[in-house]
Design a protein around this ligand. Structure first.
Ligand code: ATP
Ligand code: MG
Length: 306
């Protein structure tokens, strides 16, 4: 059975269990992704790569030093993440399947405002937004002609740097609150070619409100235009506990909504989808499918491509 046939079968299973894919045109796929055997959720923090220091500085386009950080790729792979050094790993295959339709739609909408902005969110905490964001960013950066900026927009509970084994650093919140800080002051290059990071930055009392602010809208415009040839991938807060990430979602070209297998309920998913009514393009990604299920199914389904 082909991947697509398998995916269709899984989609039908989801339908039978009451989870309807969004009917509105523009909201498309179910893109499942499985759990690597050695990345059990409860052990994740322990398995996080050890923190390594920044390794070098080099001049950025503003003339200021833009730092390069060194991600411990061996530790990252051991924690269940994909890396450029493990292109044949199962997780790499899975994200190849996930990224393809996202890339097609970025290309199809090229030139439209925000078409290069891609947000990963979910209904509730813990469903796998950061796991998916990090893997998807690395997978996209491994494309021949794609450059990626991974933004930690989960500003009140940032975890991208920690997940990559890197120490905290200034970032998005500093950009939003300190006019003296420029993008190139906080952008971090990495030892993964074509992958840069924009950390969440220094904690701020009104961090989540800032996400929905006019300053954030202006920054998104600036980032989207300045890095028009890059994909900007936002790891974001969950949609249901607070409203700010919903506002952020309206400013994105695409939203990937992570659904946790066996956990996210139909009602919760419906509520989350309702918060994304204003978004032109929402994809569903089924995460943490058990190994046995992966054996019988893994793939991607988009009605307009079947
Ligand atoms: N496919 C997967 N396979 C194995 N572990 C996973 C997978 N997806 C997520 N996890 C693990 O589940 C836990 C929660 O994932 P993650 O932190 O990415 O979720 P989140 O939605 O970003 O959470 P939060 O809302 O707290 O930011 C982590 O320990 C993570 O490593
Ligand atoms: Mg997270």
């Amino acid at each position: 059975m082909s991947i697509v046939e398998q995916a269709v079968r899984r989609l039908e299973e989801l339908r039978r269990s009451g989870i309807e894919p969004p009917a509105r045109t523009g909201r498309v796929p179910v893109a499942p992704q499985s759990a690597p055997a050695h990345a059990a959720p409860a052990q994740d923090e322990a398995a996080t790569p050890r923190q390594v220091p920044y390794v070098q500085s080099e001049p950025s386009e503003s003339g200021k030093a833009s730092r390069t950080v060194n991600i411990d790729l061996g530790a990252l792979a051991a924690a269940g993440y994909l890396t450029p050094e493990t292109p044949r790993a199962r997780i790499a295959d899975e994200f190849r399947v996930v990224k393809r339709p996202l890339l097609s739609r970025i290309e199809a909408s090229a030139g439209r405002p925000g078409s290069n902005l891609l947000m990963v969110s979910s209904s509730l905490p813990g469903e796998g937004k950061t796991f998916v964001s990090v893997n998807l960013a690395i997978s996209l950066a491994m494309e021949l002609d794609k450059t990626v900026l991974l933004v930690d927009a989960d500003v009140s509970r940032p975890s991208v740097l920690k997940r990559l084994g890197l120490p905290q650093a200034p970032g998005l919140l500093d950009l939003l609150t300190d006019p003296a800080v420029g993008v190139s002051d906080v952008l971090l290059r990495t030892n993964i070619p074509k992958l840069s990071l924009l950390p969440a930055g220094r904690q701020h009392g009104r961090a989540t409100e800032l996400l929905a602010s006019e300053a954030m809208r202006r920054l998104l415009d600036e980032l989207s235009n300045r890095y028009a040839d890059r994909i900007l991938l936002f790891d974001s807060p969950p949609l249901l506990p607070s409203t700010e990430s919903r506002v952020l979602a309206t400013r994105m070209g695409q939203v990937v909504l992570v659904v946790e297998a066996e956990q996210t309920s139909q009602k919760t998913l419906e509520q989350a989808l309702a918060t994304l009514e204003q978004c032109p393009d929402v994809s569903l990604l089924l995460n943490k499918i058990s190994r046995s299920e992966v054996g019988s199914y893994y793939g991607y389904y988009a009605p307009d491509e079947a």
